[in-house]
Structure formats: structure tokens, C-alpha cells
Design a protein around this ligand. Sequence first.
Ligand code: AGP
Length: 607
Amino acid sequence: MCGIVGYIGNKEATPILVEGLRKLEYRGYDSAGVAVLKEGKLQVIKAEGKLSFLESKLLGKNPTGNIGIGHTRWATHGRPSDENSHPHTSCSEDFAVVHNGIIENYMELKEWLEEQGHIFSSETDTEVVAHMVEHYYKGNLEEAVKMTLDKIHGSYALGVICKNEPDKLIAARKDSPLVIGIGEGENFIASDIPAILSHTRKCYLINDGEVCVLTPETIKITTISGEIVNKEVFNVSWDAEAAEKGGYEHFMLKEIHEQPVAFRKALSGRIAENRVKFEDFHLPLETINKWKKVYIVACGTAYHAGLVGKGIFENLLRIPVEVDIASEFRYRRPLVDEETLVIVISQSGETADTLAALREAKNKGASVLAITNVVGSSIAREADFVVFIWAGPEIAVASTKAYTTMLVAEYLLALYLGQLKGVVSEAEAKVIIDALHSLPEAAIRVLNEVDRYKEIAEEFKEKHDAFFIGRGFDWAVALEGSLKLKEISYIHAEAYAAGELKHGTLALITKETPVIALCVQKNTYDKTLSNIKEVKARDAEVLAIAIEGDTEVGKYVDDVLYIPDIYNFVAPILTVIPLQLISYYAAKARGCNVDQPRNLAKSVTVE
Ligand code: AGP
């Protein structure tokens, strides 16, 4: 997820662009850049690192002009660097482009453009857009952009300016957010409302397939094929801080609700004809067959994702998988060698314990694959192979969309390895892939039950303890649910394998002890139901998480939350969402600092 801004009007563009980028830093912050046009001269300044690095560069160059575009990056294709920063320009440097999204067919386009003589200067997918516009430009920028859009597949929010048409700023949208700010003698484009809020509260919300042509006095919106689009003006009532959260009260709630989009991005371009592929690597079969054992190593929520991963890999690949907490792994003389695949999972890609485990594994000759959210992070750079989860920046300390997209990445990776090894049938792969594709809509249905989560969370307000129980995948998800609740609401919560309660912990279950029982997994349902009856017999208050249509469990518990009946093997990705929301609303009801809980940091870079 990146942030784009653009300005055309009667003021100096640069300060407006920089201010807008600062408001969009939450969308990505590993590099930034601006392109400003004045008297036929396109001035492009960009810098790796935080926005402040760009500001330092700008002080020296001080580009002037009344039209410009800017970008703050969350690297997807191409590590963070000056060259890979946006804006990207064409060979002639007559055109500059900023982009948020993923051009899925960029390799094919890049090869075609290189055959036409175009020379590329970056590793990014975006750069193809600048060269395509240049290729199609015959004196009409709008037409050249539309011809380009006809050829590119993927997602985009684009800003384009051209030296030969200094009175025009073009923008277009497909799958990535774009707003147009309506000013007096000036107009704006941005990925999100915060970037323009200090200049105007009037804007157009752009939809997929719409192309906008801005001049200082006019805004024309059409479809790619040219039909005029008439839009209502949207008047922004939010304050600036609320706008950065997209109108949500906290980043955590925003990120929970971003999960359907995050699933689409995590799957984007990685499944073709029911076969999984990864954009960044292809593993030779002899490499895969060399691995006789898998270790999954991580911390916190990422560790819980690894526990689900164990079930995924062992079921699909039938090879032994051991899951370890990173801070334990390196001190137990792990049985790791050249025949081991070590998968490290880390949202930030900077967790010290996990990085140390990666290095230990490599020292022992293992192959290391990272599942991470941050391109250019230490773990991404040091791993042999990387699967990015494409969740976009996760700002809240409590991890939500990163956890579920880690699971998506594990399903994809297991399918990829299983299909290459020939141990996953076409039919089995299809069922899982269909379920993965159904996730966004299924997740939206779960997210829409907000009032139920608020109501249940209110009951947790005065509680001091809570227990989560489940078996198999449900136990792994229960662990994540208990971490969510305790780390943001400060209610002491524990997760237990449901069958383990009677071996001791049942002694803690008293009248009104809240127990959240996950009984989604069909292969352990009956046993879990027995465990539910055990705790109910001790007068516990039991909330069940079950599959819609389950008419049995409701007879034995105080309340039930249902999730859509998707293919059971993929259900963990949905099962966790009610737990995320109950934790969020319980923390809110208790007046806790939801986004920044006490004692915690978003990335633990100390051991
Ligand atoms: C999860 O809600 C916590 N913020 C924490 O457990 C986190 O998952 C852990 O610190 C690992 O972080 P990483 O994924 O960035 O490595």
C-alpha cells in the first residue's frame, strides 16, 4: 500500500505535495519522491527512507512549479532505494508517474517495451506505466494514459504529468483508493482524504475504471472508453486525525476491516489455472525434495500463524513440521541441517529473536524462507526465499490483518510445494483455492456482525480472566484470540487445547468464568462439544464460535457467534476475526489505548 498525491493550481506545488505525503505516511514509508513541472522542465527528486530524507533533499533543490505529483512508498516490487522510489519517468523524462497498486503483467510489458528500445532504470512494476504513456503519446496525454490503462492488468491509483501539457494532471483508479480534492483555482489528487483535508473538504470519490483530467479550474471524469461520469461532491466531515484512520476510531479497527482487501492482495497474481506461483522465486524440484523436515520459527502472533501452518503443511505435504518460538529456537541446539527448510514468519521483518533464529538456521546449512510484510526488511533481505503477505502497513501494535494474510501465505506456499512435489491433487488444490478466493466476501459477512461483537465485548468489561479452548486448528486460533484479548484489554486470558482442561486448568473454571470455545473444526467437533459440557457443568459462561447452520452447540452454551461455512480446512482465517473484534471492543469498553497498549512496541527489535 503506498500513498500518492498531486496538485495543479496557482500555488507552489512542492510544499503541498510534501504536506500531503506526510499525512499518508501511514500508508507506506520506506521511500518517497516528488515530480514538479515548471516552464517545460520536469524536476524529479526522490529519496530512500523516511519522508524527512526527501525533505532534506528538497531543501537543496527547492523545485518550483504549480503542478506536481508525489509518492510515499510501501515497497512491493523492488527493494526500497532511490532508483525504485516514485515518481518514475520515461526515457525522455517528459512523463512522470506515481502509482499505488500492483501491475500484475509488468514483466510482459517491460519485455515488450525493451524490444521497442525503452531503457529501464528501476526494478519496479510502476516504471512500465511511464514508458507506456510515452510510447502511446501522440500529443494528447489523456488519450495516451487511456491507451496505457487498456494494456495493464492489476491494481492502480495513478497520477501522471507531462512536460508538453503543463496545464493537465491525469489520475486513474482501479482497486486502489483515489480521491479528487476540489479547490478554488486549484485541484488535488490523493490516495486518501487526509492528504487534501487542509486545503478542501469537497472531493470526488473515484471508482474503478474512472479517469480524471484536472486543470486548475476544471475536473473532467470519464470512463477509460470516454463516457462522461457525473459525480456528487462528497463533503468531508471527519477531522484530520480521524481521516488518517479512514473514519475508523483506531488503526486496529481499520486494519481488521481491511482484511477482505488484504486477502485479495495476498492472492493477487499468485494463482493461475488452479496452480500457485510466486513472483519472486521458483523452487527446483530437487531443492524441495531435499527437505525432509520443516521448522516454522516466529514470535507472538506470527508464532500462532506458524501453529496453523504446521497443520497446513503436515496435512498437505505429509512431512514433519516443528513450530518453535524464535527466542527458544536458537538455544535448544535445533536439529537443523541442509535437509531442513526453516520458515521464519515476521510482519515487521525486524524482530530480533526471529532474525537471530534465521541466522542460526543459515549457519546450520538450512534453507530459509521468510513470510513477511515488509519488502527490504532485514529478514526479507537475509532469507533465501521470501513470500510477501501484501497486507499493507500495519500500524496498530496488535496484529490482525498481518496474521490472517500470513495464513493465506501459508496455504499458498503449501499448495505451491505440494503441487510441485505432486502430492496435492488437482481436485484438492481446486477446493482450497476456491475457498481462498471466497475469503473476501465471507470475511465481509463476519465483519458485518459488528453489533454482536460490541454486545459480547460489553460482558467482558468487568472480567479479570478469560479462557479460550479448541482442538487442532481451533486450538491454534484460540491461542491467537487469547493474545489479542490480553494484549489490548489487559484481561488475563489463556488458551488451552480443549482436551487438556481436565488435566488441571479445569480447577480454575468457576461460575461466570468466561470461556470462548472454538468448535469450527469438524474433525474434532464432537470432542470439543464434550469439553464445552465439562466447563458448562462448572457454571462457566460459554461463548461458542461455530459454523453457521450448526443447531447443536447452541443447546449447551450461553451464546454463539457463527462464521460462514467455507471449506473447513481454510476456516482458521475466518474463525479469528470475531476474536479480533471482541478483543477490540472489550479494550475500548475498558478505556484502554487500543492502538498502543502499555509496555508493548509494534516491532520488538531487541532480544
Ligand atoms: C501481536 O499482536 C503482537 N504485536 C506481537 O506478538 C507480534 O506478533 C510479535 O512481536 C512478532 O512481530 P513480527 O511479526 O513483526 O515479527
